[in-house]
Design a protein around this ligand. Structure first.
Ligand code: PLP
Length: 394
């Protein structure tokens, strides 16, 4: 018999993954080119050429026992120092290897940090729309995720309501920018106000509240928009970074946590995160790809490709009468569902072989997510179906 907790997870198993499976099923019936699968955030772009070069260099030049062996649970020291210095150059920060813990992607990093700080009954606050897995990650440690309702005008966090959610049980606040699914970048003013509220509440309640910034899309920002570095605004900030999207390496499972020396209980936090990496069973982040990542910190996927997709999709859907804001980052368009019931709209879209994910999966009913990390031609071919869909529903 499986556990009661897993029983629930199986029952509510990811809608996104279910859509992905549905896409594969429809492809076998109608042919892959006649199915417009916008369901999954799986990058369609190849990793930059630097990645393959780095893999070959490492395999040819370094001792296999080092490349494939165990190391410090937090990761190779030289890799962590190289990453710290790269962040310092880009964001004028002052990190060292002690502040970096290599992780098994963003998902692994978030689980490590939650294991490090959460006791049963603690609360973590996040803002809708949000990446649905957060709920599971927090529940892994018997804590609760509270979701602040969305501000659908701007999709910036709704800070007024947020303030009323903070209590003595609040252990962390979890943000994600550029955001999945809205594509919005949280502005400097948002981060500043968030920091002001948190400083005020910490003082008022004599507690520590950590701000956790989940940043797998940091490098995917368009029109030259700046994605502010969150440790600058609030001392108790921890950053979770991933190479899954920035280098198109989601299957390799590589990322890192930044734990600044200024965070409360820093020394214990670093030891605990190191041990959490071990006892969660990760032991360490993948060894070869730690080294690859360190050699590719300035490499980039072809962002212009995503940008072209973004523009084509946004301009076309708007001209058909769909409502949405123009995403500033990531590779998602978050569109107001023409039907009140976003699930019903996704079902209608599926009849036209367009696969979307309902906003309800992101705590934001009434919207749908379109992942545009697909071939440009797929978007082109899908447009008549999007138009016909809107005409039918008008
Ligand atoms: N956080 C967000 C907001 C995501 O969208 C994703 C993946 O899509 C993750 C975390 C997990 O990323 P990773 O593959 O690095 O574990």
């Amino acid at each position: 018999m499986i556990s009661k907790k897993m029983h629930e997870y199986v029952k509510n198993s990811s809608v996104i993954r279910a859509m992905f499976e549905e896409g594969r099923r429809l492809s076998t019936i109608y042919g892959a080119e006649n199915v417009y699968d916008f369901s999954l955030g799986n990058p369609n772009l190849e990793p930059p050429t630097e990645v393959k070069k780095a893999i070959l260099e490492i395999l040819n030049e370094e001792a296999p026992t080092t490349v494939h062996g165990y190391m410090n649970n937090s990761g190779y020291e030289d890799v962590r120092e190289t990453i710290a210095q790269s962040i310092n150059r880009k964001f004028d920060t002052q990190f060292h290897k002690e502040n970096i813990i290599m992780s098994v992607g963003a998902g692994g990093g978030l689980n490590v940090i939650f294991k490090t700080i959460l006791d049963p009954g603690d609360e973590v606050i996040t803002f809708a729309p949000f990446f649905g897995e957060y709920k599971n990650y927090v529940a892994n440690f018997d804590a609760t995720l509270l979701v602040v309702p969305p501000d659908t005008e701007t999709f910036q966090p709704n800070l007024e309501i947020f303030e009323s959610y903070i209590t003595k049980k609040t252990k962390a606040v979890l943000i994600n920018s550029p955001n999945n699914p809205s594509g919005v970048v949280y502005s400097e003013s948002t981060l500043q106000q968030l920091a002001d509220i948190l400083y005020q509440k910490q003082k008022e309640m004599d507690t520590t509240i950590y701000l956790i910034s989940d940043e797998p899309y940091r490098e995917l920002a368009y029109d030259g928009i700046e994605v502010p570095y969150p440790t600058k605004y609030y001392d108790n900030t921890i950053v979770g970074y991933s190479f899954s999207k920035s280098l198109s390496l989601p299957g390799e499972r590589i990322g890192y946590l930044v734990i600044p020396s200024e965070v409360d209980d820093f020394e214990n936090m670093i030891s605990a995160a190191n041990i959490a990496t071990r006892i969660l069973g990760f032991v360490n982040a993948p060894s070869l790809f730690q080294k690859v990542a360190a050699k590719c910190l300035d490499a980039k996927v072809d962002l212009e490709y995503y940008d072209r997709n973004r523009t084509l999709l946004y301009d076309s859907l708007r001209s058909f009468g769909y409502e949405c804001i123009k995403p500033q980052g990531a590779f998602y368009l978050f569109v107001k569902s023409p039907l009140e019931d976003d699930g019903a709209f996704c079902a209608k879209a599926k009849e036209k072989r367009i696969l979307l994910v309902p906003g309800s999966s992101f705590g934001c009913p009434g919207y749908v997510r379109i992942a545009y990390c697909v071939a440009y031609e797929t978007i082109q071919r899908s447009l008549p179906s999007f138009q016909a869909l809107m005409e039918e529903l008008k």
